[in-house]
Ligand binder design. Structure first.
Ligand code: DGY
Length: 329
């Protein structure tokens, strides 16, 4: 792939991707500059590679800030992130430089809600511990009190952030018989009607009444450490915590403490406070199920996300407005 040229047609892609995903960009006559590796490039490499680019296809691990946008230069027209979350992007810096920002909403809703449900089921039915027992060779046969789990039928489940993914998770957990409460900025009458769900504007009151809490809020200044040490202790003893949104929504050190002293019954985590680092305390605990940020990781979902990204880039570069713009450029 050529890196030459700054004639308004160069698109920098910050990871190795399947050729089929990139094809629409090449078909649109754009020049591709792919950073051909699976791990995130260093800041220095990224700044060097973006120089003169008209479009950037970035990932969750890439920090898109004023320094990166300035390193690219004034010809940069669009940043398209391969994610629905945009907390790694400085929106104001994009706006100030008239750079459009696009993301991949909606298409990853079901995949992410499925994964949250998978984590909850794994915790509730102690899948990790059961499998470890089998693999250890120490299983002595069926036991009446062996690895007793938690009933989802009738459980009080709190959804924090009832947006697309939170609502899809609420539907799933309701299908398992749970009673759903949700907390967010506003009531969602459609959820109340469809699921018999209940809006609770007071997060702390909601936590005190919930046996399960699943986080689906975006990461902002207001949601950083939304579950801190004090709020984690408001949950009833034995409660389960699921996070498929963003790691910094939970104070990870406080979570480890609340799991260690068995105040919490378990945690199902797809995201971590300092990805890709994982708190060593979490690694030691048996009642934690962890995944390496796989929320949207299905073949079909990623393919559809790629199509949204290429649509956005080609639209902006031909002077059109893409459907999935974040805010106003
Ligand atoms: C996103 O796209 O923001 C999600 O974190 C994917 O899991």
């Amino acid at each position: 792939m050529s890196r030459a040229g700054s004639d308004g047609r160069r698109v920098v892609v910050t990871r190795a991707l399947p050729a089929a995903w990139l094809a629409p960009l090449a078909e649109a006559g754009l020049e591709l500059d792919v950073i051909d590796q699976h791990e995130a490039p260093s800041t220095a490499e990224l700044h060097e590679r973006v120089r003169g680019a008209s479009a950037l296809w970035v990932m969750l691990g890439d920090r898109v800030d004023a320094a990166l946008l300035d390193a690219a230069g004034p010809q940069l027209r669009v940043v398209a992130t391969f994610s629905v979350g945009v907390d790694h992007v400085d929106l104001a810096a994009c706006r100030e430089r008239d750079v459009a920002l696009a993301n991949t909403p909606e298409v990853l809703t079901n995949a992410t809600a499925d994964l949250a449900m998978a984590l909850l089921l794994a915790l509730a039915r102690r899948l990790r511990e059961g499998e470890a027992l089998l693999r250890s060779g120490r299983w002595a046969g069926w036991g009446p009190q062996q690895l007793l789990g938690f009933d989802l039928d009738g459980a009080r489940v709190l959804v924090v952030g009832p947006g697309r993914i939170g609502s899809a998770f609420a539907r799933r957990v309701r299908a398992f018989g749970a009673r759903v409460t949700y907390h967010g900025r506003r009531a969602r009458p459609e959820l109340d009607e469809e699921l018999g769900a209940r809006f609770e504007p007071d997060l702390e009151a909601a936590l005190a009444r919930s046996e399960v809490v699943s986080l689906h809020a975006p990461l902002t200044d207001a949601t950083y450490h939304l579950l801190d040490a004090r709020r984690l202790r408001l949950l009833p003893p034995g409660a389960l915590v699921v996070n498929t949104a963003r790691g910094p929504l939970i104070d990870e050190a406080a979570l480890v403490d609340a799991l260690r002293d068995a105040h919490l019954g378990g945690a199902g985590l797809d995201v971590f406070e300092r990805e890709p680092q994982v708190h060593s305390g979490l690694l030691e605990l048996p009642n934690v199920v962890m995944l390496p940020h796989l929320g949207s990781a299905t073949r079909g979902t990623r393919q559809t996300m790629a199509a949204l990204v290429t649509d956005a880039i080609t639209a902006v570069l031909r002077g059109a407005r893409p459907a999935n713009l974040v805010g106003d450029p």
